[in-house]
Design a protein around this ligand. Structure first.
Ligand code: LMG
Ligand code: NDP
Ligand code: PMR
Length: 398
């Protein structure tokens, strides 16, 4: 029944793009204008009718209905007809959580992953080392520390002419030991510039592509964290996240005539990271309020658990990197392996039961997902609106 519901939503041209029907497609290697190699498999590219990329958001009734139906599922237990492969873009898929999620999705055989990475070679080696089938992913260059790169990425991805069914904003930098701020190409403090502003532009640009997808459950996921939530112990370890009245963001976060910190304070790399995670969680909710009904897209965030071994801590002192994993494993018990965290995020990408929009997912010890409560600041609708409007200006959308 679920299967019938799923297939009945698909236009006939697209329902022909079923799993298996695209096997044996030619390998496509494209050179990007900036000299970076774009590697892809032609996942039924030629079978797909060119999608009109509408800048405006229009209502597509059937898609909206499909999203809110829990019966519509990409998981087909035994039926002859299966849903076509989904395509998921994952930023920062060259290591840690992003890579583990890409691997988990690619292993299902039901997903093609667009690995949006700043270092092509690293991503390519990482995918190979993870044992990912080379037909299950495409690496496309994306440097979130440059708005031009974000815009170029969107163009490149559209040229692939693949549907865009899920977008995962996962990449992040954490600069806890930096004494001085560093800046993105557009002059924003690096942590908020990459983790929030780069993703904000990317997500805004790709919203119309998500809406144009005929996939039954289209999703935009922005990775959050416990450390941005001051209603938790972890969120109370100093320095605490606090966006204040956003005066630093309003001033451009550039340290020239304005603070590099969102709240207008002195530079603190650890705080900037936590602030950026608050922005991620607020942005997800503001997307939900503005666009869920209109587009049918599910907007979600999550705390995947403390993945204490990832590259996120590469800038921390060696003693921290040594002690942090056992501390999280044996003392807080908040530790989770990259593999487990990847499965969690893959669930948020594809699990038919996680279609609810506007949710911040977490997991308890037996690895069941639940809707978690955000801190007061991370669920402040007025702040989310203000953040949205200021961010729009900074990335050139308003
Ligand atoms: C800032 O420090 C950093 O300056 C900044 O760079 C950035 O990292 C930021 O939030 C991130 O933190 C804040 C500083 C003050 O934090 C500390 O936590 C200092 C501790 C040093 C880091 C240790 C990390 C893990 C080390 C654990 C070692 C334990 C051994 C493990 C071995 C297990 C083997 C079985 O933070 C504070 O003010 C702390 C306030 C919160 C205190 C709550 C205390 C609860 C106690 C819980 C048990 C903890 C036991 C271990 C604590 C060891 C601390 C050395
Ligand atoms: P990693 O450092 O392993 O992964 C971060 C990824 O982001 C890397 O692929 C990195 O690329 C990429 N990246 C960094 N800067 C840029 C940029 N300018 N443009 C494009 N990509 C960039 O960290 P994690 O896997 O731990 O982090 C992933 C997400 O999980 C983050 O959003 C983080 O906030 C979140 N998270 C992590 C937790 C943890 O305990 N580790 C807990 C809660 C949330 P490259 O490989 O080239 O460096
Ligand atoms: Mg934290 C239940 C307790 C818990 C959890 C789940 C985390 C997660 N942390 C907890 C507790 C504590 N931490 C305690 C009691 C301390 C003081 C000893 C502590 C310290 C600490 C430091 C210094 N923790 C950290 C740091 C970091 O540098 C990490 C950070 O804040 O990065 C921004 C971190 C983290 N602790 C976590 C998680 C998930 C992190 C990684 C941050 C993230 O990805 O958002």
């Amino acid at each position: 029944m679920a299967l019938q519901a799923a297939t009945s939503f698909l236009p006939s041209a697209l329902s022909a793009r079923k799993e298996g029907s695209v096997k044996g497609s030619a390998f496509l290697g494209v050179r990007l204008a900036d000299g970076l190699k774009l590697e892809t498999t032609a996942l039924g590219l030629r079978l797909r009718t060119k999608r009109a990329s509408t800048p405006s958001v229009a209502i597509v009734g059937a898609q909206a209905a499909a999203v809110s139906s829990p019966e519509v599922t990409p998981e087909s237990p035994s039926g002859k007809k299966t849903l076509r492969k989904g395509t998921a873009i994952i930023t920062g898929a060259s290591s840690g959580l992003g890579l583990a999620t890409a691997k988990a999705l690619s292993e299902t055989g039901k997903w093609h992953v667009i690995m949006a990475c700043r270092d092509f070679l690293k991503a390519s080696r990482a995918a190979k080392a993870a044992g990912m089938d080379k037909d299950s992913f495409t690496i496309v260059h994306l440097n979130l520390a440059s708005l031009d790169s974000v815009r170029q990425f969107v163009k490149n991805v559209r040229q692939l002419e693949m549907p865009i069914d899920v977008v995962v904003c996962n990449a992040a930098v954490y600069l806890p030991t930096a004494k001085e701020p560093s800046y993105t190409a557009d002059g924003f403090e690096m942590s908020v510039g990459v983790n929030h502003l780069g993703h904000f532009l990317l997500a805004r640009e790709l919203l119309s592509d998500l809406q144009a997808s005929d996939y039954p459950s289209k999703r935009l996921i922005i990775v959050g964290s416990i450390t941005g939530n001051t209603n938790t112990l972890a969120g109370n370890v100093p320095p605490k996240a606090n966006l204040g009245d956003l005066r630093g963001l309003a001033g451009g976060l550039n340290g020239v005539g304005s603070s590099v910190m969102i709240d207008g304070g002195e530079f603190d790399g650890a705080k900037a990271y936590k602030d950026s995670k608050v922005c991620n969680m607020l942005t997800m909710q503001e997307f939900h309020r503005r666009y869920h009904e209109e587009t049918g897209v599910t907007f979600a965030s999550l705390y995947p658990g403390c993945i204490a071994t990832t590259g996120l801590f590469r800038e921390h002192i060696p003693l921290f990197r040594l002690l942090f994993p056992p501390f999280q494993k044996y003392i807080t018990k908040g530790y989770v392996s990259e593999e487990e965290a990847g499965k969690r995020l893959a669930q948020v990408v594809s699990d038919p039961s996680l279609t609810k929009s506007g949710v911040y997912w977490s997991w308890n010890k037996n690895s069941a997902s639940f809707e978690n409560q955000l801190s007061e600041e991370a669920s402040d609708a007025d702040k989310a609106k203000k953040l949205w409007e200021l961010s729009e200006k900074l990335v050139g959308l308003a």
